[in-house]
Design a protein around this ligand. Structure first.
Ligand code: C2E
Ligand code: CA
Ligand code: CA
Ligand code: CA
Length: 278
């Protein structure tokens, strides 16, 4: 009846209001966090399967919140993407990753590739210039930097996206395709993208070796990568069985808790030094 509908509507809008207030609270907080140094990067090592050496790291953003402690990106990146604030977050992340790379370079550490996640909204014609300028300002060779982009980035306007990708790879910066297999990008487009690496999503790695479909998907991604001359990395590797399957299937690189969680910069540096001396 009419009464219960009215109640329903009232409840609904009150929930919406609470949701909106929560979002505004996070957005305001995130703006302050950007201005007051509350964001930080953790680094998860990437390993070569062949010799188990660290060949790079993925920079993952965290929010060191004064009351809530260390807030994971899942709790603020989706909102930042919805509001557009992710562009400023991304600028901060690129800046912080390059500053860190410069510090490690100056300390004489071996040049590893630092991967930065770039969301679709950041993937504009302004990005290649910003990347170039930032690398130059920190005196870094482009081989220090890799950008991880997701399939959703590729869905927007293929020709425009390829133009931006070409300008980035012309700098010598590599691109990897993150969460591969979870989106809807057409395989026929894949050959047109100047991609260095395909990244097998954790949702597939998780099912190895017990889930036959996940095994099939992972080995198919590996053979697509091989045939298109791309490298392939698996994320979310947690067990030796997963590692063995990936190695047998011809996967090049791995990343996951089996080897290391994302580490604060100082701990990553320690791991890199030990790995380097070993
Ligand atoms: P992603 O790019 O797919 O990153 C991989 C996530 O899986 C990371 O979570 C990482 O800590 C986690 N992970 C790695 N190995 C394992 C494992 O063996 N097991 C399990 N269970 N998890 C593993 P994190 O750091 O919480 O990041 C979540 C997502 O937030 C990222 O997913 C990425 O989409 C986004 N994100 C993180 N940092 C940034 C950033 O700087 N910019 C943008 N645009 N997005 C970011
Ligand atoms: Ca990533
Ligand atoms: Ca990923
Ligand atoms: Ca993923």
């Amino acid at each position: 009846g009419g009464d219960s509908d009215a109640e329903h509507v009232a409840f609904y809008s009150r929930d919406m209001n609470q949701g909106m207030q929560e979002r505004m609270r996070i957005e305001t907080g995130l703006r302050q966090a950007l201005g007051s140094g509350q964001l930080e990067l953790h680094y998860q090592p990437k390993f070569s399967i062949a010799d188990s050496k660290i060949i790079g790291a993925e920079a993952l953003v965290r929010w060191r919140h004064p009351e809530r402690g260390l807030v994971p990106p899942a709790e603020f990146i989706p909102l930042a993407e919805a509001t557009g604030l992710v562009v400023q977050v991304g600028e901060w992340v690129l800046e912080a990753a390059c500053a860190q790379a410069q510090t490690w370079k100056d300390a004489g550490l071996p040049p590893i590739r630092l991967a930065v996640n770039v969301s679709a909204r950041e993937f504009t014609s302004a990005l290649p210039g910003r990347v170039k300028e930032t690398l130059e300002r920190y005196g870094l060779e482009p081989c220090w930097l890799e950008l991880e982009i997701t399939e959703s980035t590729l869905m927007h306007n293929i020709d425009r996206v390829i133009g931006i990708m070409d300008r980035i790879t012309a700098l010598g910066v590599t691109l990897s395709l993150d969460d591969f297999g979870t989106g809807y990008s057409s395989l026929s487009y894949l050959k047109r993208f100047p991609i260095d690496t395909l990244k097998i999503d954790r949702s597939f790695t998780t099912g190895i070796p017990s889930d036959a479909s996940d095994c099939a998907i992972a080995s198919t991604i590996i053979s697509i990568a091989q045939q298109l001359n791309h490298k392939v990395i698996a994320e979310g590797v947690e067990t030796v069985e997963q590692l063995a399957f990936l190695k047998d299937s011809g996967c090049d690189e791995v990343q996951g808790y089996l080897f290391s969680k994302p580490l604060p910069a100082s701990e990553f540096e320690k791991a890199l030094r030990e790995d380097w001396l070993a």
